[in-house]
Design a protein around this ligand. Structure first.
Ligand code: UDP
Ligand code: MG
Length: 318
């Protein structure tokens, strides 16, 4: 029998965890597959670990990976995917916003031979207007800048990957992990299943606008070097403008002979160009900082402890 690993990153999800577990198992118990549930505790400050341990005790399919601190969702998810042993994996949020009831549909597409099955949300009514608009702008910008990597719109981390796609994904060990981009980058035969995204079952979101902004910076800088090129073109354009303007002033002075006014022009130009230069120094800095982090090549995460039921020789659970 083939097995499927469900991977759930959790940060302060004690409140929803029992509900998540019961809804998830209600769905997967009806399926004709072996399952493994990989729970990753991403340095929660509430009782997430205690709640998860209860599940480990009552269900031998549950594995709890307790990270040494909070590493962020992308890394926590990677840790879980590293530990997953199934023939396919399904990453899922803990808050039931990725409805387990969709799992049979994902699996069906997998049976049809697709190696990656994306879950696409058809409406984002659960999100605020601001969040929807900023997401739409981000997707458009990403598509323009990243060239060949197409991230499907309105697809989160919720999807199914078969072993081959997963191994490809996991072979990319970069520290700045924009998972949506990495998922898309691996390619393979992809299919899409649609669903309505419900609102969070309990607890609250861990992503504010500042985090989302940084997240999109991560996405763009991880998949595109176009921002670095902009400064080249801007530089060429302003140099050309300065050259032409210089000729104009020279000719005018020779022909008309008037002395050169234009103090305001100088101030405006100097401050404008100063601003442009600082801006692109910042853009370079973004890339250089990322290079710095990648070059250090530290492990992506540390595991404090793993918990799962073990059976000793007497067949008793430990
Ligand atoms: N999460 C995590 N580490 C973090 C932040 C979030 O593992 O530092 C998990 C969180 O527990 C949840 C998933 O990532 O399972 C998605 O988070 P959330 O629901 O807050 O994001 P949203 O749905 O609001 O975008
Ligand atoms: Mg959520």
């Amino acid at each position: 029998m083939k097995t499927i690993s469900i991977v759930v990153p959790m940060y302060n999800e004690a409140e929803v965890l029992p509900k998540m577990y019961s809804e998830l198992t209600a769905t997967i118990n009806a399926l004709d597959y072996g399952f493994e549930i990989v729970l990753v505790n991403d340095g929660s400050r509430d009782d997430t670990v205690q709640e998860a341990l209860k599940l480990v005790e009552k269900d031998e399919r549950v594995l709890l990976v307790d990270l040494s601190r909070n590493f962020g969702k992308e890394i926590a998810l990677t840790a879980g995917l590293d530990k997953a042993s199934g023939d396919a994996v399904i990453p899922m949020d803990a808050d039931l916003q990725d409805p387990p009831t969709l799992i049979p549909d994902l699996v069906k597409k997998w049976e049809e031979g697709y190696q990656v099955v994306n879950a696409k949300r058809i409406s984002r009514d659960a999100d605020s207007f601001m969040k929807r608009t900023s997401a739409a702008i981000f997707y458009r910008l990403f598509r323009k800048l990243s060239g060949k990597t197409e991230i499907p719109e309105n697809v989160g981390d919720f999807r199914l990957l078969d072993r081959q796609a997963l191994d490809s994904l996991l072979s990319m060990r970069e520290h700045h992990r924009f998972m949506k981009g990495l998922f898309a980058y691996v390619g393979y035969r992809q299919a899409t299943v649609e669903y309505e995204r419900p609102i969070r079952a309990a607890g609250e979101t861990k992503f504010n606008y500042w985090k989302l902004w940084n997240f999109s910076l991560e996405g763009i800088t991880s998949f595109s070097i176009a921002p670095l090129k902009v400064s080249t073109y801007l530089g060429v354009a302003s140099a050309a403008f300065a050259f032409l303007y210089g000729i104009y002033i020279f000719v005018r002075t020779v022909l008309i002979g008037e002395d050169v006014p234009g103090f305001p022009t100088i101030v405006v130009l100097v401050t404008f160009l100063g601003g442009v230069q600082l801006f692109f120094l910042g853009v370079f800095g973004e890339y250089m900082g990322r290079m710095f982090n990648e070059v250090k090549n530290r492990p992506l995460y540390f595991v404090a402890r793993e918990y799962r039921q073990t059976k000793n020789d007497n067949g008793d659970k430990e």
